[in-house]
Design a protein around this ligand. Structure first.
Ligand code: SAH
Length: 242
């Protein structure tokens, strides 16, 4: 498992966040993937306010309590919204430009990889939002991930994470699914981003369906609940320790 953070010259999304924060505008943040056509991530969306957030995210923010860890916090949109709700959080990210922005926004933010065991703490709520399961990268990393969050959770604590079931990509017109069971798990994708001339390295990103998440997490002693379903195969899950 990679436990490093990004270098400043290979952090396209962070640089876009920085530009948007400084000037109120940013260029095109391009997203490449071997599974999908080229796409664009509107940088303004990374600065969404509570009212602009999808219901799944709003629900997670309402449920968050106690010592809150915002993992992969980006521009800090969730931590800012939590502040407005009178809740404090620690925001971590591997993007140096994003962390710089979060600190300038007055947030408690650190340049930290959640998998780096030198980072310690006991949190009542660990938030992972905007397909938060992505950070896990591959299904084979589930054991490392689940062990890691156990270390970071206070007794009675929970993880609130959103994800999507990508099975709709494989849906036939008659509603049946053609999924090759011998192939890699269908929620494993790769992405690469580019902002102007800044191109990041390609990275693995995991979308996980609720049943698969449940099966893994329950083996590690978690109680797994689907808190809410979204509009399009997406859901918010809560993982808590028995
Ligand atoms: N939560 C934010 C940003 C989502 S994008 C939002 O909803 O707008 C995912 C973020 O996770 C990026 O900022 C990326 O730099 C960060 N990230 C990826 N891997 C990480 C890791 N291992 N530890 C901490 N942050 C990570």
């Amino acid at each position: 498992m990679n436990t490093h953070w990004l270098s400043m010259d290979k952090d396209p999304m962070g640089r876009a966040i920085y530009d948007y924060f400084k000037t109120g505008r940013a260029g095109k943040l391009r997203v490449f993937s071997s599974q999908f056509d080229e796409d664009e991530l509107p940088v303004v969306d990374l600065f969404r306010t509570f009212d602009q957030m999808p219901l799944l995210e709003q629900t997670a923010l309402h449920l968050a309590h106690g010592r809150i860890l915002d993992v992969g916090a980006g521009s800090g949109c969730h931590s800012c919204a939590l502040k407005d709700l009178g809740k404090e959080s620690l925001a971590i990210d591997i993007s140096p430009w994003s962390v710089e922005v979060m600190q300038r926004r007055g947030l408690n933010a650190h340049l930290t990889n959640v998998f780096d065991e030198r980072f310690t703490g006991q949190f009542d709520t660990i938030l992972m939002l905007m397909n938060g399961s992505g950070i896990i990268g591959k299904l084979k990393n589930m054991p490392v991930f689940l062990t890691r969050i156990k270390q970071l959770l206070a007794p009675g604590g929970c993880v609130l994470m959103d994800s999507s079931d990508l099975r709709y990509l494989y849906e036939d017109e008659d509603g049946s699914y053609v999924i090759d069971l011998a192939a890699d798990y269908y929620g494993e994708v790769d992405f690469q981003m580019q902002y102007g001339k800044i191109k990041g390295d390609s990275f693995d990103w995991l979308y996980i369906d609720f049943d698969t998440l449940s099966a893994y997490a329950s083996q590690y002693g978690f109680v797994v609940e689907k808190v809410k379903e979204g509009m399009h195969y997406d859901y918010l899950a809560r993982l808590s320790l028995k």
